[in-house]
Design a protein around this ligand. Structure first.
Ligand SMILES: Cc1cc2nc3c(=O)[nH]c(=O)nc-3n(C[C@H](O)[C@H](O)[C@H](O)COP(=O)(O)OP(=O)(O)OC[C@H]3O[C@@H](n4cnc5c(N)ncnc54)[C@H](O)[C@@H]3O)c2cc1C
Length: 408
């Protein structure tokens, strides 16, 4: 073995796993991580930009700064992956590997949604990009009443709690502005409710009702009509809007489909528990690039990285990878400036009430709106840059802990 590990993408997952691998492997193992640019974006902060609670300039930092010495960081476009020849091609180089970790994430593709580009930036906006979030901030500042619709175009999409957080924050923002009575807020989703998991969905649905936010489920977007300001479903239902906030169709990166590694919609078929790419040898996938049925979230990439480091080390020692990962995901759900909820779940166990991370002590509360959770959400940004990206452990296993959860 030539002892080369190549990591594709230096976002949340790629940075965490490169650093984690560097901490665990001797120097003879060469680790290369490739990304197209040097701009690492703290994506959770984009939620706060439209409500003027975060400045766009604070969200982007140099990737290099967060990649440990002893890792070869390459800035280049990844153009092809050949898993038979175990080689990655970029615009300017070629990288052979013994182990490959795919962390190319996913992205919004507004051009995939009929009619959206004509309305883009005029009466249709998004907060799923820095530029989009800033444009939406300006729009909301001018907004003096009318109907605000948030539409999720399609599943899967990144951070399934972000749309709920957005409409909750919009309720707070317009109350603070003193114009809430003049604003109708509606969340339109292809899901059966506010969230992917039924029990948490019922809790968030109840909160939405209290905040006078309408939720329209099972709406599969067919078209955006920016001229007449409506969205139309595949079934022909129409919902009018004054301002549309949209999570457009989400896809994996082209390099995944161009290399024949995808499931038909741009994501890599991945073993649910070992996180190996299916039918490929010595290839692992973490973060938003996988097709595993859990949230596309940074917490997930962090938990998955621990599992993949363990399994790569196992393979290096000639041991079979273990089926460890259970779909574990942890997410704050902001209710308004000052309070937040928190959920912790996996493939099988739905979000339950209780305390987190210390059983029975917290300080955070699960599936409840608290001030402590809000401070947790704010503190998470510091934790992200200083602890999580460094590939450090938080003293927690990567799988769901049932202690502290209230069952039944
Ligand atoms: C508005 C919003 C709010 C969010 N809030 C939360 C939250 O509160 N909590 C949470 O846990 N998660 C949250 N997330 C989700 C979280 O940010 C992502 O799930 C996480 O960043 C995924 O990590 P990743 O490594 O898979 O992808 P990314 O971090 O997106 O990294 C992928 C990297 O691959 C690179 N890349 C892709 N293709 C190529 C190529 N061909 N050549 C070179 N480089 C390439 C990209 O440049 C990018 O840097 C939020 C996301 C959004 C949009």
């Amino acid at each position: 073995m030539s002892k080369k590990i190549v990591v594709l993408g230096a976002g949340t997952g790629g940075t965490i796993i490169s650093n984690n691998l560097r901490r665990h492997l001797p120097e003879e193992w060469e680790i290369t991580v490739i990304d197209r640019d040097d701009n690492h974006v703290y994506q959770p902060g984009m939620l706060f930009v439209p409500f003027d609670l975060q400045k766009t300039g604070t969200l982007t930092r140099s990737r290099k700064r967060y990649i440990l010495p002893g890792i070869n960081f390459v800035i280049d476009e990844i153009t092809h992956v050949d898993t038979d020849k175990r080689t990655v091609k970029t615009k300017n180089h070629s990288f052979p590997y013994d182990f490959l970790v795919i962390c190319t994430g996913c992205k919004i593709a507004p051009e995939e949604n009929d009619g959206l580009m004509e309305a883009w930036g005029k009466n249709a906006f998004t907060f799923y990009s820095i530029e989009g979030a800033d444009l939406l901030r300006q729009k909301l500042k001018e907004f003096d009443g009318g109907k605000l619709v948030l539409d999720i175009a399609e599943v899967p999409f990144k951070c399934p709690v972000a749309p709920i957080e957005f409409v909750f924050m919009a309720d707070w923002y317009f109350r603070k502005k003193g114009i809430r009575k003049k604003v109708e807020i509606e969340l339109v989703t292809p899901l059966t409710g506010a969230f992917t998991k039924p029990k948490a969905s019922a809790v968030f649905g109840e909160s939405a009702k209290e905040k006078n936010i309408k939720i329209t489920p099972m709406f599969e977007l067919n078209e955006v009509n920016g001229k007449e300001k409506y969205i139309e479903s595949v079934q022909g239902d129409r919902i009018s809007y004054d301002t549309l906030v949209i999570i457009p169709t989400t896809t994996g990166d082209e390099v995944i489909s161009n290399s024949g590694l995808d499931d038909g919609i741009g994501f890599v078929p991945t073993h649910l528990n070992t996180l190996q790419a299916l039918k490929r040898e010595r290839v692992y996938v973490i973060g938003d690039a996988t097709n595993v049925p859990t949230s596309k979230a940074g917490s997930v990439a962090h938990y998955e990285a621990d599992v993949v480091v363990f399994n790569i080390m196992a393979e290096i020692h000639g041991i079979k990878p273990e089926e460890i990962y259970d779909g574990h995901s942890t997410c704050f759900i902001v209710y308004e400036k000052g309070t937040s909820s928190l959920i912790d779940f996996n493939y099988k166990i739905e979000p339950l009430p209780g305390k987190f991370p210390l059983p029975h002590m917290g300080p955070f509360s699960l599936l409840r709106e608290t001030k402590a959770n809000w401070y947790g959400k704010l503190g998470f940004e510091w934790l992200y840059w200083n602890v999580l990206l460094a590939g450090r452990h938080l003293g927690m296993p990567p799988t769901l802990v049932m202690a502290g959860k209230e069952i039944g």
